[in-house]
Design a protein around this ligand. Structure first.
Ligand SMILES: [Zn+2]
Length: 93
């Protein structure tokens, strides 16, 4: 069972959450040209490794948050509230 840390509720089962795509995208504006709009709608970085994502706690507080996750081993590095910068990973040596 995979547990995900909601910034408001604490650790909960993965089945309570929905994936919301890549985090920290620059939104298209009404002034955006077709290239910028296409990039916002369809192009994603598709990183292999450490990436920032949006998640929704659907069966809990029903709030969105961001997470840093390693896509290779499906390990959540950290979660944080929207509007915050991603905490940097610390190494305890
Ligand atoms: Zn929650």
């Amino acid at each position: 069972m995979l547990l995900i840390e909601c910034p408001w509720c604490g650790q909960c089962e993965q089945s309570e959450f929905h994936y919301g795509g890549e985090a920290h995208l620059t939104r298209a504006t009404p002034e955006s040209d077709n290239t910028e709009l296409t990039g916002f709608l369809f192009l994603r970085s598709n990183v292999r490794g450490d990436t920032a994502e949006r998640w929704f706690h659907a069966a809990g507080c029903r709030r969105w948050f961001n997470a840093r996750r390693n896509t290779v081993d499906d390990r959540f590095i950290c979660t944080y509230k929207p509007g915050q910068n991603a905490p940097q990973e610390t190494t305890d040596a």
